[in-house]
Design a protein around this ligand. Structure first.
Ligand code: NAD
Length: 262
């Protein structure tokens, strides 16, 4: 399928590992100019080298803590300078701490809001002027199945990510006239470090193996397995492509059928 992504400029945030990294790789495989950011320079350099040698493309990297506005400003400025604007922005971020309403503190709410919501608002605000100028753009937020079906013991994701759904729909209304689409991709259980760590911690609590925890999760999923990060990336790249020119304002889950509702 011709996706028309060659030479498009892409920024994927929080992309040294996991889903973000898989998204960056998928864009690189389509010949896009890719920029990635995350907090740790060593991890970024390692990921950049690996993507370069796998796909033979240059990758721009920026150290950026998404909970700091200044870091986001510096990152976007550097990428726009190098690429003459950003055509596609993928707002990914680290996940929030686990816990129920009675567990989490005021500071946890604030940190989660900064990390999951405000980072996407800031990055989007900064890239849209150039997209409007070019009359073309794609903004894709990585959220979670929690926006369609709350996940037990994950109140911060359940509550704060849902705000991104409202933001996306509103933005799609506002930016449609400039040929900018705005969508959310909602991953289900995906095999990344985050899920591995969650499984290891839960295994300790329950005194079972982490393999057993992962098998128990898979049993709840109609496709009977967790996703690979590449399977989430496939939808992101499609939504960014020419083929998805009439899709905006949506939130699409990639969950192996996990969400129970219609
Ligand atoms: P991960 O922990 O494997 O990777 C997260 C990436 O974010 C890493 O590169 C990390 O360095 C970076 N990061 C974390 N905090 C950051 C910050 N403040 N600034 C910049 N970079 C930062 O996570 P993942 O599993 O790939 O998940 C990505 C996102 O998708 C998370 O928000 C997660 O909650 C969400 N999600 C994941 C799953 C899943 O099953 N893996 C399911 C639903 C939603």
């Amino acid at each position: 399928m011709f996706l028309g992504l060659s030479r498009k400029s892409v920024l994927v945030t929080a992309a040294s590992n996991g889903i973000g990294r898989a998204i960056a790789e998928e864009f690189a495989s389509e010949g896009a100019r890719v920029a990635i950011c995350s907090r740790n320079k060593e991890n970024l350099l390692k990921t950049t080298d690996e993507i370069k040698s796998k796909f033979g493309v240059d990758v721009l990297w920026c150290v950026c803590d998404l909970s700091k506005r200044k870091d986001i400003e510096n990152t976007i400025a550097a990428v726009e300078k190098e690429f003459n604007g950003i055509d596609i922005l993928v707002n990914n971020c680290g996940g929030p701490i686990r816990g129920n309403f009675i567990d989490v503190q005021d500071s946890d709410w604030q940190n989660a809001f900064n990390q999951m919501f405000l980072s996407a608002v800031t990055a989007t605000k900064l890239v849209t002027p150039k997209m409007i100028e070019k009359e073309w753009g794609r903004i894709i937020n990585i959220t979670s199945i929690s926006v369609k079906q709350p996940i037990d013991n994950l109140i911060l994701s359940n509550a704060i990510r849902t705000g991104l759904v409202g933001l996306t729909k509103s933005l799609s209304n506002e930016l449609g006239k400039y040929n900018i689409t705005v969508n959310n991709v909602a991953p289900g259980y995906t095999l990344t470090n985050r899920v591995y760590e969650i499984a290891v911690n839960k295994a300790k609590e329950l005194n079972i193996s982490h393999e057993q925890v992962l098998t128990d999760i898979a049993r709840e999923i109609p496709l009977n397995r967790l996703a690979s990060p590449k399977e989430i990336a496939a939808l992101v790249v499609f939504l960014a492509s020419m083929k998805a020119s009439y899709i905006t304002g949506t939130t699409i889950q990639v969950d192996g059928g996990y969400i129970k509702g219609v």
